[in-house]
Design a protein around this ligand. Structure first.
Ligand SMILES: Cc1cc2nc3c(=O)[nH]c(=O)nc-3n(C[C@H](O)[C@H](O)[C@H](O)COP(=O)(O)OP(=O)(O)OC[C@H]3O[C@@H](n4cnc5c(N)ncnc54)[C@H](O)[C@@H]3O)c2cc1C
Ligand code: SF4
Ligand code: SF4
Length: 482
Protein backbone atom coordinates (compact mmCIF):
# COMPACT_ATOMS: atom_id res chain seq x y z
CA UNK A 1 0.00 0.00 0.00
CA UNK A 2 1.20 3.51 -0.73
CA UNK A 3 2.36 4.80 2.70
CA UNK A 4 0.81 8.20 2.05
CA UNK A 5 -2.66 6.64 1.69
CA UNK A 6 -4.60 7.12 4.95
CA UNK A 7 -5.11 3.79 6.72
CA UNK A 8 -8.67 2.67 5.97
CA UNK A 9 -9.26 1.19 9.42
CA UNK A 10 -7.81 3.83 11.72
CA UNK A 11 -9.85 4.01 14.92
CA UNK A 12 -10.43 7.18 16.92
CA UNK A 13 -8.19 7.57 19.98
CA UNK A 14 -9.21 5.63 23.09
CA UNK A 15 -7.54 8.02 25.56
CA UNK A 16 -4.65 5.68 26.49
CA UNK A 17 -1.01 6.41 25.72
CA UNK A 18 1.61 3.82 24.78
CA UNK A 19 5.39 4.27 24.74
CA UNK A 20 7.22 1.77 22.53
CA UNK A 21 10.95 1.40 23.24
CA UNK A 22 12.87 0.18 20.18
CA UNK A 23 11.84 0.55 16.54
CA UNK A 24 12.64 -2.98 15.33
CA UNK A 25 9.92 -5.28 13.99
CA UNK A 26 8.56 -5.99 17.51
CA UNK A 27 8.18 -2.28 18.30
CA UNK A 28 6.82 -1.46 14.82
CA UNK A 29 4.20 -4.15 15.13
CA UNK A 30 3.16 -3.21 18.69
CA UNK A 31 2.85 0.44 17.60
CA UNK A 32 0.88 -0.37 14.44
CA UNK A 33 -1.67 -2.68 16.07
CA UNK A 34 -2.03 -0.51 19.19
CA UNK A 35 -2.74 2.54 17.01
CA UNK A 36 -5.37 0.53 15.10
CA UNK A 37 -6.94 -0.15 18.50
CA UNK A 38 -7.04 3.56 19.32
CA UNK A 39 -3.91 4.03 21.48
CA UNK A 40 -1.89 7.19 21.09
CA UNK A 41 1.61 5.83 20.35
CA UNK A 42 5.18 7.15 20.56
CA UNK A 43 8.18 5.07 19.44
CA UNK A 44 11.53 5.83 21.14
CA UNK A 45 14.65 4.69 19.27
CA UNK A 46 18.20 5.22 20.43
CA UNK A 47 19.70 5.26 16.93
CA UNK A 48 19.31 8.13 14.46
CA UNK A 49 17.40 5.79 12.11
CA UNK A 50 14.30 3.68 12.69
CA UNK A 51 13.92 -0.03 11.94
CA UNK A 52 16.22 -1.94 14.31
CA UNK A 53 18.03 -4.90 12.75
CA UNK A 54 15.98 -4.45 9.58
CA UNK A 55 17.80 -1.16 9.05
CA UNK A 56 21.21 -1.60 10.71
CA UNK A 57 21.72 -5.38 10.59
CA UNK A 58 20.21 -7.01 7.52
CA UNK A 59 22.16 -5.55 4.56
CA UNK A 60 20.42 -3.41 1.96
CA UNK A 61 21.06 -5.95 -0.83
CA UNK A 62 18.63 -8.25 1.04
CA UNK A 63 16.20 -5.67 2.38
CA UNK A 64 15.99 -2.42 0.40
CA UNK A 65 16.02 0.66 2.60
CA UNK A 66 13.09 2.20 0.74
CA UNK A 67 10.87 -0.66 1.98
CA UNK A 68 11.64 0.16 5.62
CA UNK A 69 11.34 3.90 5.02
CA UNK A 70 7.89 3.37 3.47
CA UNK A 71 6.82 1.36 6.55
CA UNK A 72 7.77 4.23 8.86
CA UNK A 73 6.14 6.78 6.59
CA UNK A 74 2.98 4.68 6.92
CA UNK A 75 3.29 4.54 10.74
CA UNK A 76 3.89 8.28 10.86
CA UNK A 77 0.83 8.90 8.67
CA UNK A 78 -1.21 6.91 11.16
CA UNK A 79 -0.32 9.54 13.76
CA UNK A 80 2.44 7.53 15.50
CA UNK A 81 5.08 9.84 16.95
CA UNK A 82 8.60 8.71 15.94
CA UNK A 83 11.46 9.78 18.21
CA UNK A 84 14.88 8.67 16.93
CA UNK A 85 18.05 9.55 18.88
CA UNK A 86 16.27 8.88 22.18
CA UNK A 87 17.74 6.18 24.37
CA UNK A 88 15.64 4.92 27.25
CA UNK A 89 17.90 4.57 30.26
CA UNK A 90 19.89 7.59 29.13
CA UNK A 91 17.57 10.32 27.80
CA UNK A 92 14.57 9.02 29.82
CA UNK A 93 14.34 6.36 32.51
CA UNK A 94 11.90 3.48 32.33
CA UNK A 95 10.18 4.93 35.40
CA UNK A 96 9.76 8.30 33.67
CA UNK A 97 8.02 6.52 30.79
CA UNK A 98 5.79 4.64 33.20
CA UNK A 99 4.74 7.87 34.83
CA UNK A 100 4.00 9.58 31.54
CA UNK A 101 2.31 6.71 29.67
CA UNK A 102 -0.41 4.22 30.48
CA UNK A 103 1.47 1.37 28.81
CA UNK A 104 5.08 0.66 27.86
CA UNK A 105 6.23 -1.92 25.31
CA UNK A 106 9.91 -2.91 25.36
CA UNK A 107 11.34 -4.22 22.08
CA UNK A 108 15.02 -3.38 22.43
CA UNK A 109 16.37 -6.52 20.73
CA UNK A 110 19.76 -8.20 21.12
CA UNK A 111 22.73 -6.14 20.11
CA UNK A 112 25.56 -6.93 22.55
CA UNK A 113 28.01 -9.42 21.04
CA UNK A 114 29.49 -12.32 22.93
CA UNK A 115 33.28 -12.65 22.86
CA UNK A 116 35.24 -15.58 21.46
CA UNK A 117 37.01 -16.12 24.78
CA UNK A 118 40.39 -16.84 23.20
CA UNK A 119 43.80 -15.23 23.76
CA UNK A 120 44.55 -11.89 22.07
CA UNK A 121 41.02 -11.14 20.92
CA UNK A 122 40.97 -7.74 22.67
CA UNK A 123 44.41 -6.71 21.40
CA UNK A 124 43.65 -5.92 17.77
CA UNK A 125 41.20 -3.44 16.23
CA UNK A 126 40.73 -5.97 13.47
CA UNK A 127 38.78 -8.35 15.70
CA UNK A 128 35.23 -7.01 15.52
CA UNK A 129 31.70 -8.29 15.94
CA UNK A 130 29.47 -9.04 12.97
CA UNK A 131 26.90 -6.52 14.16
CA UNK A 132 29.59 -3.81 14.35
CA UNK A 133 30.56 -4.49 10.74
CA UNK A 134 26.93 -4.50 9.58
CA UNK A 135 26.07 -1.39 11.61
CA UNK A 136 28.99 0.61 10.32
CA UNK A 137 28.35 -0.46 6.74
CA UNK A 138 24.67 0.49 7.10
CA UNK A 139 25.72 3.99 8.19
CA UNK A 140 28.17 4.26 5.29
CA UNK A 141 31.27 4.19 7.53
CA UNK A 142 34.52 2.69 6.28
CA UNK A 143 35.69 -0.44 8.07
CA UNK A 144 39.38 -1.36 7.96
CA UNK A 145 39.32 -5.11 7.30
CA UNK A 146 42.36 -5.82 5.14
CA UNK A 147 42.27 -8.18 2.19
CA UNK A 148 41.52 -11.48 3.92
CA UNK A 149 38.69 -11.87 6.40
CA UNK A 150 37.64 -14.79 8.58
CA UNK A 151 34.07 -14.85 9.86
CA UNK A 152 33.27 -17.08 12.83
CA UNK A 153 29.72 -18.39 13.17
CA UNK A 154 26.96 -20.20 11.29
CA UNK A 155 23.88 -18.01 11.61
CA UNK A 156 22.35 -15.17 9.59
CA UNK A 157 24.75 -12.64 11.12
CA UNK A 158 27.73 -14.71 9.92
CA UNK A 159 26.42 -15.00 6.37
CA UNK A 160 25.44 -11.32 6.20
CA UNK A 161 28.86 -10.31 7.58
CA UNK A 162 30.65 -12.53 5.07
CA UNK A 163 28.69 -11.25 2.08
CA UNK A 164 29.15 -7.67 3.30
CA UNK A 165 32.94 -8.13 3.60
CA UNK A 166 32.92 -9.67 0.12
CA UNK A 167 31.16 -6.58 -1.24
CA UNK A 168 33.80 -4.44 0.48
CA UNK A 169 36.37 -6.23 -1.66
CA UNK A 170 37.69 -8.87 0.76
CA UNK A 171 38.36 -12.60 0.34
CA UNK A 172 36.19 -14.28 2.94
CA UNK A 173 36.23 -17.61 4.79
CA UNK A 174 33.55 -18.64 7.27
CA UNK A 175 34.56 -21.10 9.94
CA UNK A 176 31.85 -22.97 11.75
CA UNK A 177 32.28 -25.54 14.50
CA UNK A 178 29.55 -27.90 13.29
CA UNK A 179 28.72 -29.13 9.76
CA UNK A 180 26.58 -27.36 7.16
CA UNK A 181 23.48 -29.37 8.20
CA UNK A 182 23.55 -27.78 11.66
CA UNK A 183 23.97 -24.20 10.41
CA UNK A 184 21.15 -21.99 11.70
CA UNK A 185 21.49 -19.59 8.72
CA UNK A 186 18.89 -19.86 5.97
CA UNK A 187 19.95 -22.51 3.46
CA UNK A 188 19.30 -20.20 0.51
CA UNK A 189 21.59 -17.53 2.00
CA UNK A 190 24.38 -20.06 2.47
CA UNK A 191 24.02 -21.16 -1.15
CA UNK A 192 24.09 -17.59 -2.43
CA UNK A 193 27.14 -16.76 -0.29
CA UNK A 194 28.92 -19.78 -1.75
CA UNK A 195 27.97 -18.75 -5.31
CA UNK A 196 29.43 -15.30 -4.63
CA UNK A 197 32.74 -16.82 -3.57
CA UNK A 198 32.59 -17.10 0.23
CA UNK A 199 34.68 -20.09 1.36
CA UNK A 200 33.49 -22.38 4.17
CA UNK A 201 35.51 -24.44 6.68
CA UNK A 202 33.18 -26.63 8.65
CA UNK A 203 34.02 -28.51 11.85
CA UNK A 204 36.58 -25.93 12.89
CA UNK A 205 36.76 -23.64 15.94
CA UNK A 206 39.11 -20.74 16.77
CA UNK A 207 41.77 -21.41 19.43
CA UNK A 208 44.18 -18.52 19.44
CA UNK A 209 44.95 -15.30 17.59
CA UNK A 210 48.62 -14.68 16.82
CA UNK A 211 49.50 -10.99 16.48
CA UNK A 212 52.46 -9.24 14.87
CA UNK A 213 54.47 -6.72 16.84
CA UNK A 214 52.32 -3.88 15.39
CA UNK A 215 49.16 -5.59 16.74
CA UNK A 216 47.98 -6.65 13.29
CA UNK A 217 46.79 -10.23 12.98
CA UNK A 218 49.38 -12.71 11.78
CA UNK A 219 47.16 -15.78 11.82
CA UNK A 220 44.23 -17.49 13.46
CA UNK A 221 44.94 -20.90 14.97
CA UNK A 222 41.95 -23.24 14.73
CA UNK A 223 41.15 -26.71 16.01
CA UNK A 224 39.37 -29.42 14.00
CA UNK A 225 36.12 -30.63 15.52
CA UNK A 226 33.97 -33.73 15.27
CA UNK A 227 30.31 -34.20 16.06
CA UNK A 228 29.21 -36.00 19.20
CA UNK A 229 25.73 -36.78 20.51
CA UNK A 230 22.95 -34.17 20.27
CA UNK A 231 22.95 -31.33 22.82
CA UNK A 232 20.00 -29.43 24.33
CA UNK A 233 19.48 -27.58 21.01
CA UNK A 234 18.87 -30.93 19.29
CA UNK A 235 21.96 -30.49 17.11
CA UNK A 236 25.03 -32.72 17.39
CA UNK A 237 27.56 -31.29 19.83
CA UNK A 238 30.93 -30.27 18.38
CA UNK A 239 33.90 -31.88 20.17
CA UNK A 240 37.54 -30.88 19.76
CA UNK A 241 39.84 -33.34 18.02
CA UNK A 242 42.84 -33.46 20.32
CA UNK A 243 45.96 -31.90 18.81
CA UNK A 244 44.34 -31.32 15.39
CA UNK A 245 45.29 -27.68 14.87
CA UNK A 246 45.65 -25.68 11.68
CA UNK A 247 46.35 -22.05 10.81
CA UNK A 248 44.31 -19.59 8.80
CA UNK A 249 46.10 -16.60 7.33
CA UNK A 250 43.77 -13.69 7.92
CA UNK A 251 43.93 -9.91 8.40
CA UNK A 252 40.73 -9.52 10.34
CA UNK A 253 38.34 -11.67 12.34
CA UNK A 254 34.62 -11.09 12.53
CA UNK A 255 32.89 -12.75 15.48
CA UNK A 256 29.39 -13.34 14.28
CA UNK A 257 27.83 -15.86 16.56
CA UNK A 258 25.39 -15.33 19.43
CA UNK A 259 24.30 -11.81 20.39
CA UNK A 260 22.65 -11.01 23.70
CA UNK A 261 20.36 -8.21 24.88
CA UNK A 262 21.73 -5.19 26.66
CA UNK A 263 19.47 -5.28 29.72
CA UNK A 264 21.54 -3.02 31.90
CA UNK A 265 18.86 -0.32 32.09
CA UNK A 266 16.00 -2.70 32.76
CA UNK A 267 17.67 -5.27 35.02
CA UNK A 268 16.93 -3.42 38.25
CA UNK A 269 13.28 -2.87 37.34
CA UNK A 270 12.36 -6.13 35.59
CA UNK A 271 12.81 -9.83 36.19
CA UNK A 272 15.28 -11.51 33.82
CA UNK A 273 16.26 -15.11 33.19
CA UNK A 274 19.02 -16.38 30.87
CA UNK A 275 19.48 -12.88 29.44
CA UNK A 276 15.80 -12.54 28.56
CA UNK A 277 13.07 -10.41 30.13
CA UNK A 278 10.57 -12.66 31.88
CA UNK A 279 7.03 -12.18 30.59
CA UNK A 280 3.67 -13.79 31.30
CA UNK A 281 1.55 -15.43 28.59
CA UNK A 282 0.09 -12.05 27.64
CA UNK A 283 3.65 -10.63 27.32
CA UNK A 284 3.25 -8.36 30.34
CA UNK A 285 6.16 -8.31 32.76
CA UNK A 286 5.30 -9.71 36.18
CA UNK A 287 4.68 -6.91 38.73
CA UNK A 288 7.92 -5.86 40.40
CA UNK A 289 8.66 -3.46 43.21
CA UNK A 290 6.93 -0.19 42.28
CA UNK A 291 6.23 -1.38 38.72
CA UNK A 292 2.69 -1.69 37.45
CA UNK A 293 1.76 -4.66 35.26
CA UNK A 294 1.46 -2.40 32.23
CA UNK A 295 5.03 -2.93 31.02
CA UNK A 296 5.01 -5.41 28.14
CA UNK A 297 7.94 -6.85 26.20
CA UNK A 298 8.44 -8.68 22.90
CA UNK A 299 10.84 -9.62 20.13
CA UNK A 300 14.37 -10.81 20.76
CA UNK A 301 14.51 -9.65 24.41
CA UNK A 302 12.00 -12.31 25.47
CA UNK A 303 12.43 -16.05 25.20
CA UNK A 304 11.11 -16.63 21.67
CA UNK A 305 12.78 -17.56 18.37
CA UNK A 306 14.89 -14.71 16.99
CA UNK A 307 13.14 -14.08 13.69
CA UNK A 308 11.36 -11.09 12.22
CA UNK A 309 8.05 -12.91 12.08
CA UNK A 310 8.22 -13.91 15.76
CA UNK A 311 9.03 -10.31 16.68
CA UNK A 312 6.08 -9.00 14.65
CA UNK A 313 3.75 -11.61 16.18
CA UNK A 314 4.82 -10.65 19.70
CA UNK A 315 4.08 -6.96 19.00
CA UNK A 316 0.59 -7.85 17.77
CA UNK A 317 -0.08 -10.07 20.78
CA UNK A 318 1.09 -7.40 23.22
CA UNK A 319 -1.12 -4.74 21.56
CA UNK A 320 -4.16 -7.00 21.94
CA UNK A 321 -3.19 -7.82 25.55
CA UNK A 322 -2.88 -4.10 26.37
CA UNK A 323 -6.30 -3.47 24.86
CA UNK A 324 -7.76 -6.31 26.93
CA UNK A 325 -6.18 -4.78 30.06
CA UNK A 326 -7.59 -1.37 29.10
CA UNK A 327 -11.14 -2.60 28.74
CA UNK A 328 -11.04 -5.18 31.54
CA UNK A 329 -11.34 -8.21 29.25
CA UNK A 330 -9.84 -11.57 30.20
CA UNK A 331 -6.92 -12.07 27.79
CA UNK A 332 -6.97 -15.87 28.00
CA UNK A 333 -10.64 -15.99 27.08
CA UNK A 334 -10.09 -13.55 24.23
CA UNK A 335 -7.11 -15.54 22.98
CA UNK A 336 -9.22 -18.69 22.87
CA UNK A 337 -11.53 -16.94 20.39
CA UNK A 338 -8.91 -15.43 18.10
CA UNK A 339 -6.19 -18.06 17.91
CA UNK A 340 -5.67 -19.59 14.45
CA UNK A 341 -5.54 -23.36 14.29
CA UNK A 342 -3.64 -24.77 17.24
CA UNK A 343 -1.81 -21.45 17.73
CA UNK A 344 0.46 -19.57 18.23
CA UNK A 345 -0.84 -17.34 15.39
CA UNK A 346 -3.69 -15.00 16.33
CA UNK A 347 -6.16 -13.15 14.13
CA UNK A 348 -6.26 -9.39 14.60
CA UNK A 349 -9.35 -9.10 12.37
CA UNK A 350 -11.14 -11.61 14.58
CA UNK A 351 -10.20 -9.54 17.65
CA UNK A 352 -11.26 -6.31 16.00
CA UNK A 353 -14.43 -7.86 14.59
CA UNK A 354 -13.58 -6.87 11.03
CA UNK A 355 -15.77 -8.50 8.45
CA UNK A 356 -13.99 -10.89 6.11
CA UNK A 357 -13.79 -9.90 2.44
CA UNK A 358 -15.03 -13.40 1.62
CA UNK A 359 -18.66 -13.64 2.75
CA UNK A 360 -18.30 -17.27 3.91
CA UNK A 361 -18.02 -17.56 7.68
CA UNK A 362 -14.54 -18.65 8.65
CA UNK A 363 -13.51 -20.81 11.57
CA UNK A 364 -10.05 -19.63 12.65
CA UNK A 365 -9.42 -22.80 14.61
CA UNK A 366 -9.71 -24.87 11.47
CA UNK A 367 -6.58 -24.90 9.32
CA UNK A 368 -6.58 -27.23 6.34
CA UNK A 369 -3.77 -29.56 5.41
CA UNK A 370 -2.86 -30.32 1.81
CA UNK A 371 -4.44 -33.77 2.25
CA UNK A 372 -7.83 -32.03 2.29
CA UNK A 373 -7.42 -30.51 -1.15
CA UNK A 374 -8.60 -32.35 -4.27
CA UNK A 375 -5.68 -31.46 -6.52
CA UNK A 376 -7.31 -33.08 -9.61
CA UNK A 377 -9.37 -29.93 -10.00
CA UNK A 378 -6.41 -27.59 -10.14
CA UNK A 379 -3.97 -26.93 -12.96
CA UNK A 380 -0.35 -27.18 -11.94
CA UNK A 381 1.16 -23.71 -11.75
CA UNK A 382 4.79 -23.24 -10.82
CA UNK A 383 5.86 -20.47 -8.50
CA UNK A 384 6.65 -17.20 -10.18
CA UNK A 385 10.42 -17.01 -9.89
CA UNK A 386 11.98 -13.69 -8.90
CA UNK A 387 14.68 -12.37 -11.22
CA UNK A 388 18.12 -12.70 -9.58
CA UNK A 389 21.21 -10.88 -10.82
CA UNK A 390 24.27 -12.96 -11.74
CA UNK A 391 26.88 -13.31 -9.00
CA UNK A 392 29.48 -11.05 -10.60
CA UNK A 393 27.05 -8.14 -10.83
CA UNK A 394 25.49 -8.59 -7.42
CA UNK A 395 28.70 -8.65 -5.42
CA UNK A 396 29.78 -5.31 -6.90
CA UNK A 397 27.33 -3.31 -4.79
CA UNK A 398 24.86 -3.29 -1.92
CA UNK A 399 21.92 -2.86 -4.29
CA UNK A 400 19.12 -5.42 -4.03
CA UNK A 401 19.90 -8.28 -6.42
CA UNK A 402 16.56 -10.04 -6.22
CA UNK A 403 13.65 -8.29 -7.90
CA UNK A 404 10.35 -8.10 -6.13
CA UNK A 405 7.27 -8.94 -8.20
CA UNK A 406 5.85 -6.39 -10.60
CA UNK A 407 2.03 -6.08 -10.52
CA UNK A 408 1.64 -8.59 -13.36
CA UNK A 409 3.84 -11.23 -11.67
CA UNK A 410 2.16 -10.60 -8.31
CA UNK A 411 -1.20 -11.18 -10.00
CA UNK A 412 0.02 -14.46 -11.51
CA UNK A 413 1.32 -15.62 -8.13
CA UNK A 414 -1.98 -14.68 -6.46
CA UNK A 415 -3.84 -16.78 -9.03
CA UNK A 416 -2.10 -19.87 -7.63
CA UNK A 417 -4.13 -19.48 -4.43
CA UNK A 418 -6.51 -22.43 -4.11
CA UNK A 419 -8.73 -20.71 -1.53
CA UNK A 420 -8.37 -23.69 0.79
CA UNK A 421 -11.47 -24.09 2.91
CA UNK A 422 -13.26 -21.10 1.33
CA UNK A 423 -16.09 -21.56 -1.14
CA UNK A 424 -15.56 -19.84 -4.49
CA UNK A 425 -18.98 -20.70 -5.94
CA UNK A 426 -17.39 -23.09 -8.44
CA UNK A 427 -20.70 -25.07 -8.53
CA UNK A 428 -18.98 -28.43 -8.29
CA UNK A 429 -21.10 -29.57 -5.34
CA UNK A 430 -24.24 -28.44 -7.11
CA UNK A 431 -23.32 -30.38 -10.27
CA UNK A 432 -22.34 -33.55 -8.43
CA UNK A 433 -25.21 -33.79 -5.94
CA UNK A 434 -27.35 -36.75 -7.16
CA UNK A 435 -30.41 -35.46 -5.31
CA UNK A 436 -30.32 -31.82 -6.37
CA UNK A 437 -30.08 -30.90 -2.70
CA UNK A 438 -27.54 -28.13 -3.17
CA UNK A 439 -29.51 -24.97 -3.76
CA UNK A 440 -28.18 -21.68 -5.04
CA UNK A 441 -29.02 -19.02 -2.46
CA UNK A 442 -30.16 -16.63 -5.14
CA UNK A 443 -29.39 -13.31 -6.74
CA UNK A 444 -26.98 -11.04 -4.86
CA UNK A 445 -26.56 -13.65 -2.14
CA UNK A 446 -23.36 -15.61 -1.84
CA UNK A 447 -23.18 -19.36 -1.69
CA UNK A 448 -25.52 -22.29 -1.36
CA UNK A 449 -27.99 -23.86 1.03
CA UNK A 450 -28.48 -27.59 1.54
CA UNK A 451 -32.01 -28.88 1.31
CA UNK A 452 -31.88 -31.25 4.28
CA UNK A 453 -35.30 -32.75 3.44
CA UNK A 454 -33.80 -34.32 0.33
CA UNK A 455 -30.10 -34.65 1.19
CA UNK A 456 -29.35 -38.29 1.98
CA UNK A 457 -25.91 -37.57 3.40
CA UNK A 458 -24.02 -39.47 0.70
CA UNK A 459 -21.05 -37.10 1.09
CA UNK A 460 -20.39 -36.69 -2.64
CA UNK A 461 -20.43 -32.89 -2.39
CA UNK A 462 -18.01 -33.10 0.52
CA UNK A 463 -15.65 -35.40 -1.39
CA UNK A 464 -15.80 -33.45 -4.63
CA UNK A 465 -15.39 -29.97 -3.22
CA UNK A 466 -11.94 -29.11 -4.57
CA UNK A 467 -11.01 -26.92 -1.62
CA UNK A 468 -12.71 -28.68 1.31
CA UNK A 469 -15.19 -25.89 1.91
CA UNK A 470 -17.94 -28.27 3.06
CA UNK A 471 -18.07 -29.82 6.53
CA UNK A 472 -20.04 -32.98 7.29
CA UNK A 473 -21.07 -33.60 10.88
CA UNK A 474 -22.94 -36.36 12.61
CA UNK A 475 -26.70 -35.65 12.75
CA UNK A 476 -26.77 -36.42 16.48
CA UNK A 477 -24.29 -33.68 17.31
CA UNK A 478 -25.95 -30.29 17.79
CA UNK A 479 -24.52 -27.82 15.27
CA UNK A 480 -23.13 -25.57 18.01
CA UNK A 481 -20.94 -28.32 19.46
CA UNK A 482 -19.71 -29.63 16.11
C1 LIG B 1 22.49 -9.78 10.79
C2 LIG B 1 21.15 -10.35 11.09
C3 LIG B 1 20.40 -10.92 10.07
C4 LIG B 1 19.15 -11.43 10.32
N1 LIG B 1 18.44 -11.98 9.31
C5 LIG B 1 17.19 -12.42 9.55
C6 LIG B 1 16.39 -12.94 8.49
O1 LIG B 1 16.83 -13.02 7.35
N2 LIG B 1 15.12 -13.35 8.78
C7 LIG B 1 14.61 -13.27 10.05
O2 LIG B 1 13.45 -13.62 10.26
N3 LIG B 1 15.35 -12.79 11.07
C8 LIG B 1 16.62 -12.36 10.85
N4 LIG B 1 17.35 -11.87 11.90
C9 LIG B 1 16.74 -11.78 13.24
C10 LIG B 1 15.80 -10.58 13.31
O3 LIG B 1 16.38 -9.46 12.69
C11 LIG B 1 15.47 -10.25 14.76
O4 LIG B 1 14.88 -11.41 15.35
C12 LIG B 1 14.49 -9.08 14.87
O5 LIG B 1 15.01 -7.92 14.26
C13 LIG B 1 14.17 -8.78 16.33
O6 LIG B 1 13.33 -7.66 16.37
P1 LIG B 1 13.25 -6.72 17.67
O7 LIG B 1 12.23 -5.69 17.34
O8 LIG B 1 13.06 -7.56 18.88
O9 LIG B 1 14.69 -6.07 17.83
P2 LIG B 1 15.64 -5.22 16.88
O10 LIG B 1 15.35 -5.42 15.45
O11 LIG B 1 16.99 -5.57 17.36
O12 LIG B 1 15.31 -3.71 17.26
C14 LIG B 1 15.53 -3.21 18.54
C15 LIG B 1 15.68 -1.70 18.47
O13 LIG B 1 15.68 -1.18 19.80
C16 LIG B 1 16.64 -0.13 19.87
N5 LIG B 1 17.04 0.05 21.26
C17 LIG B 1 17.80 -0.78 22.01
N6 LIG B 1 17.93 -0.30 23.25
C18 LIG B 1 17.22 0.86 23.29
C19 LIG B 1 16.99 1.82 24.31
N7 LIG B 1 17.48 1.67 25.53
N8 LIG B 1 16.21 2.90 24.00
C20 LIG B 1 15.69 3.07 22.75
N9 LIG B 1 15.90 2.18 21.75
C21 LIG B 1 16.65 1.08 22.02
C22 LIG B 1 17.76 -0.63 19.00
O14 LIG B 1 18.61 0.44 18.59
C23 LIG B 1 16.99 -1.25 17.84
O15 LIG B 1 16.74 -0.30 16.84
C24 LIG B 1 18.62 -11.38 11.65
C25 LIG B 1 19.38 -10.82 12.69
C26 LIG B 1 20.62 -10.30 12.42
C27 LIG B 1 21.42 -9.70 13.53
S1 SF4 C 1 -17.67 -27.40 -4.52
FE1 SF4 C 1 -16.88 -26.31 -2.73
S2 SF4 C 1 -16.04 -24.43 -3.53
FE2 SF4 C 1 -17.30 -25.29 -5.14
S3 SF4 C 1 -19.27 -24.30 -4.84
FE3 SF4 C 1 -19.35 -26.19 -3.69
S4 SF4 C 1 -18.70 -25.64 -1.63
FE4 SF4 C 1 -18.12 -23.96 -2.96
S1 SF4 D 1 -24.46 -35.12 0.91
FE1 SF4 D 1 -25.02 -36.02 -1.07
S2 SF4 D 1 -27.19 -35.58 -1.20
FE2 SF4 D 1 -26.46 -34.29 0.39
S3 SF4 D 1 -25.98 -32.36 -0.61
FE3 SF4 D 1 -24.08 -33.54 -0.61
S4 SF4 D 1 -24.09 -34.62 -2.53
FE4 SF4 D 1 -26.17 -33.88 -2.22
Amino acid sequence: MDPSTPHPDLAGLNGKRLAVVGSGPAGMSAAYFARLLGFSVTIYEKLPVMGGILRVGIPSYRLPRKVIEAEFEGLSNMGIDLRPNTEIGKNFSLNALRNEYDYVFLGTGVHASIKLGIPQEDQSHRVISGLTLLNKTAFGETVDLGKRVTVIGGGNTAIDSARTALRLGCEVTIIYRRSQCEMPAHFEEVQEAREEGVQFRFLAAPQKIVLDTDQTIKKLVCCRMELGPADESGRRRPIKKEGAFFDIKTYSIICAFVEKPDLVFFKAALKTKNDCIVVKDNLSTPPQKGLQPQVFAGGDIIDIAHTVVHAVASGKKAAIAMDCHRNGANFDEVLEKIVIGDGPAISFSAYHGWKSVNPVTQNHRWVLGSENIVFDYFKKASRVQPVIQDTDTRKQSFNPYRNTFDPEAAGREALRCMHCGRCTECDNCLIFCPDMSVLVKGRNRFGYAIDYDYCKGCGICFTECPRHAITMIDEDIPLKEA
